[in-house]
Design a protein around this ligand. Structure first.
Ligand SMILES: Cc1cc2nc3c(=O)[nH]c(=O)nc-3n(C[C@H](O)[C@H](O)[C@H](O)COP(=O)(O)O)c2cc1C
Length: 537
């Protein structure tokens, strides 16, 4: 048994032992017990339910206008618009059917389509919805009232969304590495929510002071009796949605008092009848990365100029629901350099541009690109230094002598993109991604390399590093769709083999996520069914 002195040692140990290597994969169930497979949806028996209107088809916001908050008139805080917000974030995007098997796809992607994340709405009285805490049941597009507040507890024109994770969903399949996937999924969910809010003209901010304990209390996740036979939920993040520019702060004390004095209802359903395998390290790392109450972070993103233009003229709703992970790429198609630069540009964190305008943290994730088929660019390895303040330490960490760090001809001057080495990296990219061909058959793939210094002092920042990576993934998913191609998140990669290729010896820089973008191959055997065709609404 390894003795751990500090929470950061515990997290570091977790991170190290959950690395996949070329010799062995991180510990997981030897065989999947399909009888154990978790139920895809959570619901609360006995909680009063409110049907939400399905309005996404009526939202005409253009995709490119999502990046210009303030351009359109914000919609009012009504049940209709809350329905639209949830439909386009945690809602079902389509059902897929192959033979007798049918499964739901959501607007937010998830490792293994397991969707650890649950969403909660905290609101004042909205016509048709009582003040309190409501759980979103995506299958039925309903809100389940968990808590009724006696009085309004939020400023006007404000709504909160709480996100939690049922870790068991990912643990069931991925064992010890699952904690990482839950965090990546949360990052995707945050960005998905930010985009959905932009379709109705609403603003989003992460409320970063709140502790996990407080969030659990607010959302009712610590009400053990309501979860007695059910898998627990871990608090992730609380986001403030505002329909106006009004910046009245949310009084957490008032909210917590409203939850403590409120009337709670409902019992969580059980997702698996039995749990064949237990992975105690998940609890250990969760405890080590628990967030305490903190001061509001005032970090500002780097001051990048206005984003490069996009020729996309499609509606946001269409793209958000059409977003799919490609299972294979055609291995032929190339994209133009302008499309490539635009996609990279949107991953740059800007203070006023979604989804980055909702995050309060420093930007810690840089990209290593494996360029395969981009017109005008030599195939090879490139670096995008998303946080230019980290340039020196990043360049030092990538210690391979062959790396040139040269500016890229024709690249927009503000884009911190550098050529490292020209080479055909297709096989390398696939091998490093657990031998998955999708990393080499695409137009480009990438590794997200994070500066992990921040988590030494604050263990909980281990999670925000993954959230940042997940958000980058979500930007790329949508940008790929806007260009007429597809993306796929890649959680399976050989961590230290990537570090070795890059010459990273310093444990400060770690690979947290991969992604691939290209022309997806459609699988004609799988049938697509409209998202809410099963509801008589
Ligand atoms: C964090 C994360 C990791 C993923 N890892 C992989 C992967 O290693 N290989 C793969 O083929 N797909 C991967 N995916 C894609 C998921 O399988 C996909 O999102 C899920 O099946 C839902 O399908 P959809 O994205 O089309 O909605 C990943 C997705 C996420 C969000």
């Amino acid at each position: 048994m390894v003795e751990m002195n500090t929470t950061s040692d515990t997290i570091r140990h977790y991170h190290d032992i959950t690395k996949h290597t070329l010799r062995r994969y991180a510990a997981a169930a030897e065989a999947l017990d399909w009888d154990d497979q978790p139920e895809a949806f959570r619901w609360f028996d006995g909680a009063p339910k409110t049907d939400l209107p399905l309005i996404a088809d009526r939202l005409r916001t253009l995709y490119i206008d999502l990046y210009q908050p303030g351009k359109g008139v914000p919609r009012p805080l009504t049940l209709d618009n809350i329905g639209g917000l949830l439909e386009l974030s945690f809602g079902i995007a389509a059902w897929k059917q192959y033979g007798d098997t049918r499964w739901a796809l959501r607007c937010n992607p998830s490792s293994g389509n397991l969707h650890a994340e649950e969403a909660y709405v905290v609101c004042n009285d909205v016509k048709g919805l009582a003040a309190g805490v409501h759980h979103y049941l995506g299958r039925d597009h309903q809100l389940e009232q968990r808590c009724r507040f006696a009085d309004a507890a939020l400023p006007a024109n404000t709504l909160l969304i709480g996100i939690s994770s049922i870790q068991w969903r990912e643990v069931w399949k991925y064992g010890e590495r699952a904690y990482r996937y839950c965090q990546l999924d949360t990052g995707h969910a945050i960005a998905t929510l930010r985009y959905a809010a932009a379709t109705v003209g609403w603003k989003v901010k992460i409320l970063d002071q709140i502790s996990d304990q407080q969030l659990a209390t607010l959302l009712g996740l610590d009400r053990d009796a309501d979860f007695s036979d059910a898998e627990t939920e871990h608090p992730d993040v609380l986001l403030k949605i505002s329909t106006t520019n009004e910046t009245t702060g949310v009084a957490l004390d008032t909210l917590l008092a409203a939850a403590a004095g409120g009337e709670w209802q409902g019992r969580a359903n059980t997702l698996s009848q039995r749990h064949m395998y237990e992975w105690p390290i998940i609890e250990t790392v969760s405890a080590a990365a628990e967030k305490p109450v903190t001061k509001t972070i005032t970090a500002a993103h780097h001051d990048f100029p206005t984003p490069l233009p996009s020729p996309c003229i499609l509606e946001a709703t269409l793209l958000i629901r059409r977003r799919r992970s490609a299972q294979a790429f055609d291995g032929r198609s190339a994209i133009g350099s302008e499309a490539f630069y635009r996609m990279l540009d949107m991953t740059l964190p800007r203070q006023d541009t979604p989804p980055w305008d909702c995050t309060p943290w420093n930007d810690n994730v840089n990209l290593i690109l494996f360029v395969h088929r981009v017109e005008g660019l030599q195939p090879g390895l490139y670096a995008l230094v998303r946080n230019p303040d980290t340039f020196d330490s990043f360049k030092t960490a990538l210690s391979r002598e062959q790396f040139q760090w040269q500016d890229v001809d024709g690249c927009p001057p503000h884009l911190p993109l550098y050529t490292l080495v020209n080479a055909n990296g297709r096989n390398l990219a696939a091998t490093l991604a657990c031998h998955q061909g999708i990393a080499g058959q695409s137009c480009f793939s990438l590794a997200m390399i994070a500066d992990c210094d921040s988590m030494k002092k604050d263990g909980w920042q281990y999670r925000t590093l993954y959230w940042e990576a997940g958000m980058i993934g979500q930007v790329l998913y949508l940008e790929a769709e806007a260009t007429g191609i597809q993306g796929t998140g890649i959680g399976c990669y050989f961590d230290d083999a990537v570090h070795e290729v890059l010459g990273i010896q310093d444990e400060r820089w770690q690979d947290l996520y991969h992604f691939t973008v290209g022309k997806g191959v459609h699988d004609g055997r799988i049938q697509t069914i409209a998202p809410y065709a099963h509801l008589a609404r």
